[in-house]
Design a binder for this molecule. Structure first.
Ligand SMILES: [Zn+2]
Length: 92
């Protein structure tokens, strides 16, 4: 998910009109230069119909601050990268 894709509109769901409920979500977010971070326990509203995830303006601003700031991560994991359709296998 790109930061530009973060939507800051509150319920009802602007896409399907469904009911949005508060929920904590974990999302991969893209920083500049194709680096990704995973942010856990983000307060959001999730559409019960289509699954759209919505953030308040303050939460979106806090996410931007988190991504652009100098906060230390709570953990660093290696993330496997796949190309769709690549069926090569490795036994390592
Ligand atoms: Zn929806």
């Amino acid at each position: 998910m790109l930061l530009s894709e973060i939507k800051t509109v509150w319920a009802p769901c602007p896409f399907c009109g469904g009911e949005c409920r508060p929920q904590e979500v974990t999302l991969p977010l893209c920083r500049e230069r194709n680096t990704y971070v995973i942010v856990q326990e983000i307060p959001a509203e999730v559409c019960q119909e289509c699954g759209e995830i919505l953030f308040s303006v303050s939460t979106a601003a806090a996410l931007l601050g988190l991504l652009n700031g100098k906060h230390l991560p709570i953990a660093t994991n290696h993330v496997p990268v796949y190309r769709f359709g690549n069926d090569s296998t490795s036994s390592e």
